[in-house]
Ligand binder design. Sequence first.
Ligand code: DGT
Ligand code: CA
Ligand code: CA
Ligand code: ZN
Length: 571
Amino acid sequence: MLSNRDVAQVLDDIGDMLEIVGENLFRVRAHHRAAESVRSATEDVNVLAREARLTDLPAVGASLAERITELVDTGQMAYYNDLKEQVSPRVLELMRVPGLGPKKAKLLYDELGVTTIDELLDAARGQRIRVLPGMSAKTEENIISGIELVRTGQERMLLSEAYPLATRLVEALRATASVERADFAGSLRRMKETIGDIDILAASVNPAAVTSKFTTDPSVARVLALGDTKASILTTTGLQVDLRVVAPAEYGSALQYFTGSKEHNIRLRDLAKRRGLKINEYGIFDVETGRRIGGETEAEIYAAMDLEYMAPELREDHGEIDAAAARTLPAVVTLADVRGDLQTHSTWSDGLNSVQEMAETARELGYEYLALTDHAEKLKIAGGMTSADITARRRVIDEVNSKMSGITVLNGVELNIDGEGDIDYSPAILREFDVRLGAIHSGFGQPREQIMRRLRRAMENKYIQIIAHPTGRIIGKRNPYDVDIEALLDGAAATGTALELNAFPNRLDLKDDNAREAKKRGVKMSLGTDAHMTTHLSYMMYGVAVARRAWLEPQDIVNTYPLKKLLAALK
Ligand code: DGT
Ligand code: CA
Ligand code: CA
Ligand code: ZN
């Protein structure tokens, strides 16, 4: 049986193949949008197909629904097979390298006979690519760094891929009679943007019952290791999960140890030594007397060292231990502090849900406001709004606002910072919006001076209140454009422009350490999910994780403010 992921992959492949054969870009994009819709659907495609409800999914029309039904029923899709006759799957694979579009991939395949990523790497290193039309030494450099990016991307998973699964596994353990406590640990508990493997810890006096429950979970594809108190599994989605079972009295010290980071633990052990104490995964001990001081809870351990409790997101040896000793830790922001989402898209540009649907979901999430920041005119491929669209959308927003209580939809826009640093629309139109983001959507390959000239001009533009996804990176797919972070942060501080913490799981842009530097300069930040459908609105938690890792407090983030204060705080 095919999963939603499998079907989404076929749709993405079709989109890529259509691009290679030179199809209309809107059709290409329609397939990628449908893929995303299937991938993030809460219902199983098999069920939807059986009940003839596939068209309930945003971006899935009647003809696509028919093809998906054929695929889930028979395991085959004639349309897909036909395309595969025209386009070698080898070219598709080459296209997965960032920056290698369909034309270049096809050229490399046709001219150099390159069919695998390894051969591509050889060709780039052997300087055999620069002689081809339209290629240069720079192309070779980009290919080499692109392959590195993809390879590290395959070794680590996005936080959003690990988090839901780990949560489910932990909940299943907690519901088991022999389990007293269970949590995830490691980089996942610290909410790092990518995760190497998932570490889970449980407290029990009967470890065998726990490991046996764990290794027979429905999500297990293969048991990699099974010992008395430990087990490792590979899930059906290809993730590795390690479980350790400890005695309840040692749970706190084990959780502290396995949460890490390794650097935080090393620093903590040094401090303990200087205080005549010893810390390990079994507890905290007085060295002189050998007496065990604690270890049942994490709080006990930090308290025994006269340290304030540190949220896991802070445990990176970035000064948190000194701050905990001095009682100067920040009161980091929580999801509950966020009063609205400041980057979202609707069917008025390339989003898949209506204004009303987005507003309803935002209200369910407990928000006070929601900024609909549909794309601006010049981004044609993303359905950027014409001035007529803006007027029509405004009417819809007004209607939704008058009809619905408990949520205010803000009339927002995501403007394009063009090659010269200018933006869409006349001042008369710009003035109409409540929230204006500016973002770079083109010219990613420009040299640093030009990128910075654009960003500087945009920040100096009085209409741009927030720079969206300021570095343009896509984790595992695209490196940031060549941005001078210091200059960006100084510019934001000088012009009163806020910077976005984009919460979309493969963006997380600004990233944690940049956001922390921004705070030090007094730059305000704005959380936005970049939602293109209602289900994406729940990605806010990943943006909040970045904010917490950046030591941000509610006052550092404009959308923790009530509506009036927000509008006053935006430039
Ligand atoms: P990952 O999986 O690469 O995303 O990163 P972590 O932090 O989850 O690392 P992992 O899975 O190797 O180990 C989990 C935790 O166990 C780690 O955060 C801290 C602790 N740990 C592992 N190895 C060591 C070590 O050599 N020394 C110390 N002090 N702690 C360690
Ligand atoms: Ca780990
Ligand atoms: Ca591990
Ligand atoms: Zn968009």
